[in-house]
Design a protein around this ligand. Structure first.
Ligand code: FAD
Length: 438
């Protein structure tokens, strides 16, 4: 089923989600306008500075049983990969409470992993197909992803994560000793064990990829308008236009894909979505000799190491602070220190090397699932935001789900788990439980 020819969709935001969505809609025959105040794939977007991992293994949510016991340590430690700014705690509390609750039982975590698996299955193949259609195949590689551990015992202690992966069909090859060294000679010898996820891949330049996807969407007939969306106009119950800081843009449908900046737009469309920025950082450093061969996530550093545009990038850290707070570059320096320790032989400790630092906002819901679905007040508005740690990998599948919804095709995603209405239901159940208890 295709769209009624000539119907016009406005896609709000041109990060990876907006760019992939524009292509899926063009394929279905929609007239498409992308509205983006910045440069598509520019530094303002999470899609610019991410870890570049396209991983089918990223189905394990951040919140897992027992997390609440570690929260005091996160508040006190300046070195852990997860940190909370004290001053933000009172405002963060409702989100944090839900976040901890979502991971409070193994059954809930299993459910989240199953939903995420629908988005991430075959993610590299989906990206390869899209990049090929756009003539930018060079951005996507499928060399596998290495999850490195100090020992087999450390790997086996990560029981829940690898069990969830196995149960959801993620495959890996276990490597030790010489096999590991020959796959990645640059990796520090303290890592004695690794799981190689062979279906995983990476993007060689996430910002450049989004910019290329946007350019090819324009070449395929989309409009790109430099403006910031601020709301919607309706005539009766039908969407009439998207309001922007540069005037109203007439349309039949709209997709909200503005990453962490989406909630105010969703609220003008009738939905309150509890979204927080899980701030993350990257450092990028030129490598004096030959670059490492394969992207690696070391278990102790909890960061994605990957070659991006010829430089070595380490991306990671979760910092819960407000959207407006300034960066704490000490978090980026922690990544740099871990990067040097992970690759001790490639000369990264030299003082004359150029280092770039970046901070960005993962758009994160408390239950670890994105918001993909109709607004609760209008079937002319579809949401596609809140992808947290997995937006790069999940871009093409999200785009397909959005185009299925707009055309009225059946989607194989579990649309109920992803709908914005789940937060209303959750408030209702909490209220009922509270009333019963009182
Ligand atoms: C440090 C770090 C590491 C990460 N590593 C990975 C990884 O390895 N793999 C992975 O899959 N994911 C990773 N992620 C997550 C991933 O980057 C995000 O989930 C993804 O980029 C979100 O994409 P998006 O298009 O929703 O948002 P964004 O990329 O933030 O794009 C949103 C766009 O909307 C625009 N916009 C904002 N407001 C408006 C408005 N009012 N009107 C119009 N446009 C607007 C913005 O200018 C921006 O360009 C990482 C994130 C971080 C921060």
């Amino acid at each position: 089923m295709k769209s009624d020819l000539g119907q016009h969709v406005i896609v709000i935001g041109c990060g990876i989600i907006g760019a992939c969505t524009a292509h899926a809609l063009l394929e279905d025959g929609w007239r498409v306008t992308l509205v983006e105040p910045g440069v598509p794939g520019g530094v303002q977007a999470a899609s610019f500075g991410n870890g570049a991992f396209i991983s089918p293994a990223s189905i394990v949510p951040m919140s897992t049983p027992g997390l609440w016991k570690r929260v005091p340590a996160y508040l006190l430690s300046s070195e852990s990969p997860f940190t909370i700014r004290w001053s933000y705690l009172p405002r963060l509390f409702p989100w944090l409470f839900r976040f901890i609750l979502t991971g409070s039982t193994v059954r809930k975590v299993e459910q989240t992993a199953r939903s995420l698996n629908l988005l991430l299955k075959d993610c590299v193949l989906h990206h390869q197909a899209l990049a090929k259609r756009c003539g930018c195949e060079h951005f996507i590689r499928k060399d596998g992803l290495l999850y490195a551990y100090p020992s087999r015992h450390a790997f086996e202690s990560d029981t829940l994560a690898w069990r969830l992966r196995r149960e959801n069909g993620v495959k890996w090859r276990e490597l030790e000793g010489e096999d590991l060294r020959s796959l990645e000679p640059a990796l520090d010898s303290r890592y004695l064990f690794a799981a190689l996820v062979e279906d995983g891949g990476n993007c060689t330049d996430p910002g450049g990829y989004v910019s290329s996807l946007a350019a090819s969407a324009v070449a395929f007939g989309a409009n790109l308008v430099k403006a910031r969306a601020i709301g919607f106009n309706f005539s009766e119950s039908a969407l009439k236009s998207v309001r922007t800081d540069k005037g109203d843009l007439l349309c039949d449908k709209a997709v909200v894909a503005a990453g962490v900046y989406s909630p105010p737009l969703a609220s003008t469309a009738g939905d309150t979505v509890p979204l927080e920025s899980e701030r993350g950082y990257h450092v990028e450093i030129e490598v004096p000799g030959s670059t490492p061969k394969i992207p690696i996530m070391p278990s102790d550093g909890r960061m994605a190491n990957c070659v991006v545009s010829g430089n070595l990038r380490a991306a990671g850290q979760v910092e819960l602070a407000s959207l407006e707070a300034g960066p704490n570059w000490r978090r980026a320096d922690l990544l740099l220190r871990q990067l040097i320790e992970t690759y001790p032989t490639v000369g990264l400790a030299r003082k004359d090397l150029k280092i770039k630092r970046w901070m960005g906002h993962r758009p994160s819901t408390p239950d670890g699932l994105p918001v993909i679905g109709f607004s609760s007040t209008s079937r002319d508005i579809v949401y596609a935001f809140g992808h947290g740690h997995i937006g790069l990998a999940a871009g093409p599948r999200t785009a397909k789900a959005v185009s299925d919804l707009l055309v009225g095709r059946r989607s194989d995603l579990d649309v109920v788990s992803f709908s914005a209405a789940r937060f209303k239901r959750e408030r209702f159940y909490c209220l009922r439980r509270w009333r019963k208890a009182n």
